[in-house]
Write a protein that binds this ligand. Structure first.
Ligand code: NAP
Length: 325
């Protein structure tokens, strides 16, 4: 049977759960459809579930493990009456009101109808897909220099990728590391001229061209990389304790294609300074609409914005509805 909600939040990273805390405290009894554990890059709790220690989330002077932080956010949302379901949305229909949401069979009746929807489905870092990369994620393999650079003081580390992200990560990492090796699969960078020049001019950065990471080696943490030269096929060891994968991100927006406005890159478009999408009553927050900052704290902040935007929108909607009847 279809159930009705005032607010449904899709996604349960810092953005979705912060939106849940705020809407729950506003007595809106939000439903959070968290997602389902299916792969390392797509799961309830979002990217923090793949992180070890988080030292830059305010309020945790000793640091906090990523999964612990998400457990706390869940508990906080539930304390105020948010209902969390560890299930995946299979379809949404946003051109009707109330909005329709399916969990499970997309040909059945909608599972939920909702007056407002907050989209917080996040983004995934693209990964290389080499054998030990996923096992060592958080143990030397990282997708975020801002988050993890600090742990690599005076170490030799590597960044893979040839775009602006890779240059930016590498330049940031030179603040901590002894050396940073950029591994790129071609012999020219995709990065903008200015970023490329900055990286090339940095004494701590060196480049391995026409090369790819064939595997990451280490029992408890990264000890070295196996590098393959793509022109000769030759393999060699690179002794580093960190590998930053910076080959791009993919926002989780497949569900909304053709319904919500998005950039060519797939990020949802929101009205600047708000969480409003092109559909009234549908709001977006966190990494699904942010290709710039991508931090847990900025996601949480935008989740708060979405909750407040939704609350105000619902108030106006109910007011107009009451006046009309
Ligand atoms: P990107 O521009 O798509 O670059 C991805 C890089 O990773 C490319 O060099 C690509 O190689 C490489 N790559 C992709 N898949 C790979 C694989 N499987 N194995 C090895 N290498 C692989 O992504 P991005 O750097 O994240 O940038 C995304 C957008 O954000 C861009 O428009 C960028 O300009 C912008 N951005 C701007 C700034 C800034 O201005 N400060 C900072 C970050 C990002 P190929 O070159 O061979 O394809």
């Amino acid at each position: 049977m279809t159930e009705h909600r005032q607010v449904t939040i899709i996604g349960s990273g810092p953005a979705g759960l912060t939106a849940a805390v705020y809407t729950a405290r506003a007595n809106l009894a939000p439903l959070v459809i968290e997602g389902e554990p299916s792969s390392t890059s797509d799961q309830p709790g979002g990217q923090l579930m793949l992180t070890t220690e988080v030292e830059n989330f305010p309020g945790f002077p000793e640091g906090v493990m990523g999964p612990d932080l998400m457990t706390r956010m869940r508990a906080q949302a539930e304390r105020f009456g948010a209902e969390l379901r560890t299930l995946k949305v299979t379809k949404v229909q946003l051109d009707v009101h109330p909005f329709q949401i399916w969990i499970g069979d997309p040909n059945a009746e909608p599972t939920v109808t909702s007056d407002s929807v907050i989209v917080a489905t996040g983004a995934q870092s693209l990964m290389l897909g080499v054998p030990n990369e996923a096992r060592l994620l958080g143990y030397g393999v990282s997708t975020c220099a801002t988050c993890d650079g600090f742990f690599f003081r005076d170490r030799d580390i590597a960044v893979v990728g040839g775009g602006d992200s890779a240059m930016e990560e590498a330049l940031f990492l030179t603040k901590f590391a002894r050396t940073v090796t950029i591994i790129h699969r071609r012999d020219t960078l995709r990065a903008s001229r200015i970023m490329a020049e900055r990286a090339e001019a940095n004494d701590k950065i060196r480049f391995l061209w026409n090369s790819t990471v064939a595997d990451v080696v280490g029992e408890q943490a990264v000890e070295k990389l196996i590098i393959e030269n793509l022109q000769t096929g030759e393999r060699s060891d690179l002794a580093v304790t960190g590998l930053f994968v910076a080959i791009g991100h993919r926002p989780n927006t497949d569900l909304f294609k053709g319904q919500l406005d998005m950039e060519d890159s797939g990020y949802l478009r929101t009205v600047p300074g708000t969480s409003r999408t092109n559909i009234e009553g549908v709001f977006a927050c966190g990494d699904v609409q942010d290709s710039t900052y991508r931090q847990a704290i900025t996601a949480a902040g935008s989740g708060c914005m979405a909750a407040i935007d939704a609350e105000r929108w619902l108030e106006a909607f109910h007011h107009a509805h009451a006046a009309a009847t």
